[in-house]
Design a protein around this ligand. Sequence first.
Ligand code: ATP
Length: 234
Amino acid sequence: MLDIKDLSCGYGAFEAVHGISLSLRPGTITGLLGANGAGKSSTLMCLAGHVQLNGGRIVFNDEDISQLPAYERVRRGLAISPEGRRLFKDLSVEDNLRVGGLIRPKTDFAEDRDFVLSLFPRLGERLTSLAGNLSGGEQQMLAIGRALMTRPKVILIDELSLGLMPKVIDLCYHALDALKGKGMAILLVEQNTDRVLKIADDICVLESGRTVWQGSAQVAAQDPDLVAAYLGLH
Ligand code: ATP
């Protein structure tokens, strides 16, 4: 569904990611792992059209979208829940969802909102609250929910569990499972290696902007050298 070929990206003269290739398939979760500064967020932001592409191609359902502006990528079905969530803090939960759904026909709003609320019932109890007043967990649910309002085929999620309570992390992972079941392709950036190895189909490990390991999550979890060297588990 989304084929990333030899992607390089960065900021002005500084190149953060040097030639990574990934293939995201419908109904699968791909975990993008690596230490701080490895280039995970830059990769996601480049795929979404917010960070400068220096080389390579992004092909979405056989169409090269590498040069399309961010909103055209959203229209085609590529959504991002970015690092730091970037919610509209002075808007209510419902209005944040409404902004997410602006590219959809107005008549789809209620159905799309209800789908988000079925995944995250807690948001239903907070519809009129300002996003800035939500807990960290609620904000994460809203960031994912806002992305889902675009009816994506591919969703890019940055730092899913950072700073969240274990119960909320469980809830978010449960939601990912449901999205995977609906045939969505998910690219997940996570610090929580243990969780990713359990839920992901494939993983890609970055170090200093390069891929150092790529393959099935099941194989990765059983490779003690890989785990010790790059994934911080023992
Ligand atoms: P983290 O988990 O800390 O977010 P990461 O793997 O997501 O790490 P990136 O945030 O993509 O890594 O950073 C990759 C490199 O790009 C780092 O060297 C970082 O300093 C640099 N970088 C990130 N954002 C910018 C920016 N806006 N301008 C310049 N350099 C940046």
